[in-house]
Design a protein around this ligand. Structure first.
Ligand SMILES: NC(=O)c1ccc[n+]([C@@H]2O[C@H](COP(=O)([O-])OP(=O)(O)OC[C@H]3O[C@@H](n4cnc5c(N)ncnc54)[C@H](O)[C@@H]3O)[C@@H](O)[C@H]2O)c1
Length: 384
């Protein structure tokens, strides 16, 4: 049963208003859904396959909402709703600053993917996405993979992140890591005057798909790299490729080490009060989503003279990669677009300096400006 007892598969429409605080949205449940600024929230239910999904569209001001489908065993439907509302808003901001003609949305499928994922469930989900007629494009996220997108695409035209064999962009971590590296170059230029990591010591936390590829860029650029990961296999793989990479044991050992740059590439919340207090790095720039543990951390970092490259700006290479599928995937074109992350990050640092705010605030302002200024153009009647 969904939280409000609302009939599954029905749509709640809420007028788009000024963006509200993401944090305050966490406490909302369905009965308060009109208290959030999202345009549309759709509940999808197919009893036979066990599908329970929520699709949230935050904004279509810049175009169809693009964001992945998270397949996760949420403890409650309220928790799933809070997550999807939060993630959809984040995608709107990320897509706006990635210079995409796409709005922001996200979907969650409630349940353990290892237990309930099936062809029938994914195809049922695809039919719900299709029923939105292109207002929402889906992609991979935690618990969903390119092969799943291929299955969803059998019922639905609005799918990205498919396998290369099906015309898809494949593994999005390639351009995610590339984009993080571009953002880090911009941060290096802002801090040391040169857009290079040569001779700098960079600490990478989490050497999975994104972190491992970031290490490659850093080593090629002449950086000294130190890593940590909770998985031995991930460390072994990096050491096999780059024996010169150093390894430390855990978050505190890395963030407390003599490093110039800290690159969180594991889970969210890496920047908490304790970390900010002990951090030795001058720059934070990494691929992980939602790095700031709570509001206010961005100011604490700025007060300590640490330059924070906003996560959703520098990790947008992945969404740039999958969004390119909508035109018919071309890796070189997508890579070229992802190089723009350098200029965007640089511009954010400049706005932050000019307006006397932390870069995270400058990024939000720039994204809101683009959604408002470019979104407004839809009001010009073009005729038929
Ligand atoms: N893959 C993408 O295209 C993409 C795009 C945007 C953002 N991101 C974000 O980047 C981050 C990494 O994504 P990924 O695709 O590389 O995932 P992944 O699962 O391949 O890699 C994550 C790595 O972090 C390690 N890890 C987990 N907890 C850790 C901890 N406490 N300390 C140290 N290491 C830990 C894991 O062992 C794993 O090796 C995630 O936050 C993800 O949301 C990924």
């Amino acid at each position: 049963m969904l939280p409000s007892g609302r009939v599954p598969g029905t749509t709640l429409n809420a007028a788009t208003t000024a963006p509200g605080s993401v944090r305050s949205e966490r406490s909302h449940n369905v009965t308060k859904v009109f208290g959030v600024p999202h345009e549309q929230v759709v509940f999808c239910h197919d009893e036979a396959t066990g599908l329970k999904a929520i699709i949230a569209i935050y904004s279509t001001a810049l175009g169809p909402a693009l964001g992945g489908t998270r397949f996760y065993p949420y403890e409650s439907e309220d928790e799933a709703l809070a997550d999807v509302l939060n993630l959809a808003k984040g995608m709107a901001y990320k897509n706006a600053l990635a210079d995409l003609d796409l709005g922001g949305g996200k979907a969650v499928i409630i349940g353990d993917p290892t237990a309930i994922k099936s062809e029938g469930l994914l195809r049922a989900y695809g039919r719900f996405v299709q029923s939105l007629h292109g207002r929402y494009f889906t992609a991979c996220d935690v618990g969903t993979f390119s092969e799943d997108m291929d299955v969803i695409a059998r019922e639905c035209s609005y799918v990205t992140g498919r396998t290369v064999a099906h015309g898809g962009a494949g593994d999005s971590s390639i351009l995610t890591a590339f984009g993080v590296f571009q953002g880090m170059r911009a941060a290096a230029e802002h801090t040391w005057g040169e857009p290079s990591l040569r001779g700098r010591r960079v600490g990478v936390e989490g050497v999975g798909k994104v972190g491992r590829r970031l290490v490659e860029h850093l080593v090629s650029d002449g950086a000294e790299v130190v890593v940590t990961d909770v998985t031995e296999a991930a460390i072994d793989r990096v050491r096999a490729e780059h024996p010169e990479v150093q390894v430390v044991d855990g978050h505190a050992a890395l963030t407390g080490a003599e490093i110039d740059v800290y690159a969180p590439c594991a889970l969210g919340g890496a920047l908490d009060d304790a970390t900010v207090e002990t951090l030795r790095a001058k720059i934070v720039c990494g691929g992980a989503n939602n790095q700031l543990a709570h509001t206010g951390i961005e100011k604490q970092l700025a007060d300590r003279g640490v330059l924070y490259a906003p996560d959703y700006v520098v990790n947008s290479g992945g969404v740039i990669q999958v969004a390119d599928e909508i035109e018919g995937f071309d890796f070189d074109r997508a890579r070229q677009k992802a190089t723009g992350i350098f200029d965007t990050t640089r511009r954010i640092f400049q706005i932050a300096a000019d307006e006397g705010v932390p870069p995270a605030v400058a990024a939000d302002r720039l994204a809101e400006r683009r959604m408002s200024e470019i979104g407004r153009l839809r009001g010009i009647l073009v005729g038929s």
